[in-house]
Design a protein around this ligand. Structure first.
Ligand code: M6R
Length: 616
């Protein structure tokens, strides 16, 4: 949940660290800090509670003596509140050693008790400072930073990425990872470390992903990776496909606004290269075709918005492949002793590829013999590395904490995987696959049309609703997870009570919430696909309208049945039943963003959240 960056090379490191942190701020933003080893060989550090801008302002007013070796951190608090003292880096060995950390050191209390008994003192409430003080003690004994670091990380339990540097060793930053991300950026005479490639993509697109329980030492002209026992490890370089500008706001008022505008490309880019002559062939799945032909069940696991993408995609997945599909929240799946084995395909969905709940569930499934497929947006992330196969969503970097373009890309990737499997299993004919592909390929233009025709209208009525205290969302079939997604987005960035319901469930309780003026979004299915489903949703609208609800219908163009009962109608272009949700979600993303903006809130960095949830 924290962002980590490290640099060694010929250039002054402060600006490199701060711009890396700016790109990682989505990972946590309650405090930030840097440490550099200055030209005179002295380590200095600055850290401040609050967003990165507070640190920036402080450094502008009182610059640090700059140097060419440095580490930086942006924090999402776990142990100890967001204060200057708890911010990273944590210093030890008479402030000659600096350590930053992402994750949770589970045995920190025992280690701390041991250090206290030895007479060491602490300045923060964090688990990280324990690792720093321990490293200081080990280093003092040997004078070998890499060996001391290796001995410390081997004693830590839990999940961590740790970086450390010592003023006795300018030009060296050491790092380690266990169940938490760390990637290396390879430059010319300089090298970088980052929680993800966004930290250094403006400097280099050549990267190495460090494996589980590995240690790296970077110097300006060398990178050495070993396991925790010190044996050398071979690491394959990869080329980062994002360019630096993809992670910039580029004139948009927020990353979220930019990312919503990129929803059409997120779908189009995810399809690209995976359709040949109208037939889906996902190259990344080809090695698994034999297994895919034989699996007898599919379990989709994910959290938050990614789980709603899974729920949405599951309807078509099951229908097209004729394999039973269930969808579970990763943290629930992991702890309920599920019956799984070699006949089970577990599909994880994660934008970041680092969500700890999802990662643990994938490992659990794999240990029990299931085949694992990762749908992920981030190259080099941990979940894909722990999976048997990967289908990357090509949504580009998603920076706003609220997930938008990744959601539509995740559904797209699930559809591609389903159509691939349907072809392998023969559960759809080529003609049927081609027809679905045509519908999928029409989605980007459909989303673009929603943005073009509805955005201004939605933003306007969202601004009128700035004082609203509660909003409900209703949907049936694939509209149900869209209702859940609409509600999550609103809660997340507008801090308004919002709930999504299956429309059929209304009469079983939630209808009691309806009182005069209660805003309710209703996702209306196309009457062309199922007249019955459409009729039922229109009846639900009448039921809530009769009780005074203010109805905002999301309905396809030309659906006049909703007009007498809806206060607002948001139009989406015609699409096949499984493709409608990719269009219907867009007005809900715009609405949440519009309302949060009208309330004067930071839509990119909502309170208490981080984009990448790397703790369980
Ligand atoms: O990176 P992931 O897709 O695994 O993240 C899962 C959830 O934490 C994420 O979707 C979260 O719910 C979003 N902030 C919602 O907008």
């Amino acid at each position: 949940m924290c962002g980590i960056v490290g640099y060694v090379g010929p250039r002054p490191s402060t600006d490199i660290l701060i711009s890396g942190l700016a790109r990682l701020e989505y990972r946590g933003y309650d405090s930030a800090g840097i440490a550099v080893i200055a030209g005179d060989g002295v380590l200095s550090s600055r850290k401040r509670a609050g967003k990165l801008q507070v640190l920036r302002d402080d450094l502008a007013a009182h610059p640090l003596a700059d140097g060419t070796t440095g580490i930086g951190h942006t924090r999402w608090a776990t142990h100890g509140g967001p204060t200057d003292a708890n911010a990273h880096p944590h210093l030890a060995d008479d402030d000659k050693l600096a350590v930053i950390h992402n994750g949770i050191i589970e045995n920190f209390a025992a280690l701390k008790a041991d250090l206290l008994a030895d007479g060491y003192a602490f300045r923060s409430e964090t688990d990280t400072e324990v690792a720093a003080v321990l490293l200081g003690r080990e280093y003092a004994a040997s004078g070998d930073l890499v060996a001391a670091f290796r001995s410390v990380v081997a004693r830590l339990e839990g999940a961590f990425t740790l970086l450390a540097m010592h003023q006795d060793h300018p030009g060296l930053v050491v790092g380690a990872r266990r169940n938490s991300p760390l990637v290396i950026g390879l430059g010319e005479g300089e090298n970088f470390l980052g929680s993800d490639v966004a930290a250094f993509v403006e400097h280099t697109r050549s990267a190495l992903a460090i494996g589980q329980d590995e240690i790296v030492a970077i110097r300006p002209d060398a990178v050495e990776v070993t396991d925790f026992a010190g044996s050398a490890v071979e690491v394959e370089p990869f080329e980062v496909v994002w360019d630096a500008s993809a992670a910039e706001k580029g004139g948009w008022p927020s990353f979220m606004a930019k990312e919503v505008s990129e929803e059409p490309e997120a779908v189009a880019n995810t399809v690209r290269g995976r359709v040949r002559d109208g037939i889906v062939a996902v190259p990344e799945l080809e090695g698994l075709d034999e297994v895919l032909g034989e699996v007898s069940r599919v379990i989709i696991i994910a959290c938050g918005t990614a789980a709603y993408a899974g729920m949405t995609g599951a309807y078509a997945f099951e229908q097209w492949t004729r394999v039973p599909v269930t969808v579970e929240l990763a943290h629930e799946f992991r702890y309920r002793d599920p019956v799984i084995g070699p006949d089970t395909l577990v599909i994880s969905i994660s934008q970041s590829g680092e969500t700890m709940d999802t990662l643990m569930a994938v490992k659990y499934a794999r240990e029990r013999g299931a085949k694992t497929l990762s749908i992920c947006n981030t190259q080099g992330a941990t979940i894909p590395r722990e999976s048997d196969a990967i289908v990357y969503t090509h949504a580009g970097p998603e920076v706003a904490v609220a997930s938008t373009k990744a959601f539509v890309a995740q559904i797209t990737a699930l559809y591609l995987a389903a159509l691939h499997i349907a072809r392998v299993r023969g559960s759809l004919t080529d003609a049927e696959i081609t027809a679905h592909v045509a519908e999928l390929e029409a989605v980007p233009a459909g989303i673009a049309r929603v943005l073009e025709t509805e955005q201004a209208h939605i933003e306007q009525f969202a601004s009128w609703m700035a004082d609203t205290r509660s909003v409900l969302f209703l949907g049936r079939h694939v509209g149900y997870p869209i209702a859940l997604e609409g509600a999550l987005k609103l809660k997340e960035i507008s801090y308004i009570h919002a709930e999504g319901f299956a429309a059929g469930e209304l009469k079983h309780g939630p209808i009691a919430l309806i009182e005069p003026g209660q805003p309710v979004f209703v996702i209306v299915p196309s009457p062309r696909a199922s007249a019955e489903l459409h009729r039922k949703v229109v009846s639900n609208i009448q039921e809530i309208r009769a009780r005074g609800a203010r109805v905002i219908a999301v309905a396809e163009e030309g659906d006049v049945a909703v007009l007498p009962f809806a206060d607002e109608v948001l139009r989406i272009p015609l699409a096949g039943p499984f493709f409608e949700p990719l269009l219907a979600v867009v007005p809900l993303h715009i609405f949440a963003m519009g309302l949060a903006t009208a309330k004067g809130l930071d839509v990119d960095q909502p309170r208490n959240l981080a984009k990448s949830v790397t703790v369980e």
